[in-house]
Design a protein. Structure first.
Length: 452
């Protein structure tokens, strides 16, 4: 489709990460643009909203900062026709960041607005009436990730992110989202994979600042040959303690010592350590995760309560809950995440783990009768991105006085909270948390109280 070269004033950031401008009544989304920018963009012809291509930054706005990363922004011009970029030309348009050019305060404001709009549009909730709190920032807006996923570019021997809206590799020389230890591990693992003749379709790396070492998930069939090559990889990369090999089917195979320990609260050893493995979900931003856990427990007030925790994963909330609640019944599907949580909390007498589907087990607990039946006074749930469809009726049957719902997806959070309201719960407080600076993603915590 033909495009019209157009000058635009950018006045907002979209929930999807792009800058938003308007021309002739049309909304235009422009990547790598910041509020206040005056830009020239190629806008597809036609009517209705359009996704444009940034051509020129004509005048920077007040929300713009200089991005520190060489991979961020527009692609370079090759040094020769069909040739590779050279000199100061590097792979650009990296899909790892969206807002590296936007002041952090403006990022937070955009996330708060988008979160409130999602509550209003999908949850049919009035943000002001349901106790929406100011967004909690990440303790570090850069160099915050303790884990990340990559793709191997065998030609360069480097781990890569994909270019924005593409499967073209951006061959990383640096990443300002990764902690220094993880970034150094990334740099050493790429060429070592090529040397070890491993060709995983995906690589996930995790770094423990406390132990000064990392581990890797390699998505590849765990054959005997692959295991031998993984051992060679470990020998070649001193900072890599272990590897997990995972194919399309069958169990994941550990090689070496892939289980790491991470601080529950960075900088506070007394808060303890938590086991993790690169094939198990764990929050990538450890500093913001501590903020998230504290916010959730402050809303739940679990002290002295019998707490039901649904979707407990590797025990991110279970350990802090066990320190305060009278008892915790933690539910997760059987697998390595639950194994790690059980190992971590083997000595916690107040915690019982249940393996199975979270909502089915919640309903089974709700239907228990007799002297042994125990109704939770509070429920905490942290479901995966797809949410917890059916949680409203489940909470009603459990009869819990209050529940805290934690979610990484505002849309499914709003949908499920609406179901809880229809089941007889009231939204008493909402706390957004920024877990992923430099991107549009935002975490939400909602307190639900029984009764209108």
């Amino acid at each position: 489709m033909d495009a019209v070269r157009t000058e635009l004033e950018i006045d907002a950031l979209a929930p999807g990460g792009e800058g938003v401008g308007r021309t002739s009544g049309r909304t235009v989304f422009v990547p790598f643009a910041a509020p206040g920018d005056r830009v020239v963009a190629d806008v597809p012809a036609g009517e209705g909203p359009a996704h444009a291509v940034l051509v020129e930054l004509r005048a920077p706005g007040g929300a713009r900062v200089e991005p520190p990363c060489r991979h961020f922004g527009r692609p370079p011009v090759p040094t020769s026709p069909g040739g590779a970029a050279g000199g100061e030309n590097h792979d650009r348009e990296c899909g790892g960041c969206e807002w590296l050019h936007v002041r952090y305060e403006a990022q937070l404001a955009a996330k708060a607005r988008g979160f409130a709009e999602t509550l209003r549009r999908i949850g049919r909730l009035d943000p002001d009436a349901c106790g929406l709190r100011p967004i909690l920032p990440s303790p570090a807006p850069l160099r915050y990730r303790a884990r990340a996923k990559f793709h191997l570019d065998r030609g360069s021997g480097r781990l890569a992110f994909f270019r924005r809206r593409s499967h073209a590799p951006v061959r990383l020389e640096e990443c300002w989202l990764l902690s220094p230890g993880l970034d150094a591990l990334r740099a050493s693992v790429g060429p070592a994979l090529v040397e070890a003749r491993l060709s995983p379709s995906e690589v996930a790396l995790e770094w423990s600042e406390e132990q000064g070492r990392g581990s890797a998930l390699l998505v590849t069939e765990p054959t005997a040959a692959a295991r031998g090559r993984a051992e060679a990889l470990l020998a070649a990369v001193p900072g890599l303690a272990g590897v997990v090999l995972r194919g399309e089917a069958g169990p994941a195979i550990p090689v070496g010592a892939p289980v790491l320990r991470l601080a529950r609260v960075p900088g506070r050893p007394a808060a303890g350590l938590q086991r993790t493995r690169p094939d198990v979900f764990q929050q990538a931003n450890r500093g913001a995760n501590a903020v998230l856990v504290e916010a959730a427990l402050e809303l739940l007030r679990p002290d002295g309560e019998d707490v039901l925790e649904l979707f407990c994963g590797a025990g991110n909330f279970t350990g802090p809950l066990a320190a305060r609640a009278r008892s915790v019944a933690a539910v997760e599907v059987q697998g390595p995440a639950l194994d790690l949580a059980r190992e971590d909390l083997a000595g916690a007498a107040a915690v019982r783990f249940f393996a199975g589907d979270a909502l089915r087990l919640a309903l089974a607990l709700a239907r228990e009768r007799g002297a042994a039946a125990r109704r939770p006074g509070a429920v905490l749930l942290d479901p995966p991105r797809e949410g917890a469809k059916g949680i409203g009726p489940a909470l009603r049957e459990l009869g819990a006085a209050r529940a805290v719902y934690v979610s990484c997806d505002p849309a499914t959070l709003a949908r499920d909270v609406r179901a809880c309201v229809e089941a007889g719960y009231r939204v008493a407080a909402v706390q957004p948390v920024d877990m992923f600076p430099q991107t549009h993603h935002v975490e939400g915590v909602v307190l639900l109280v029984a009764g209108k």
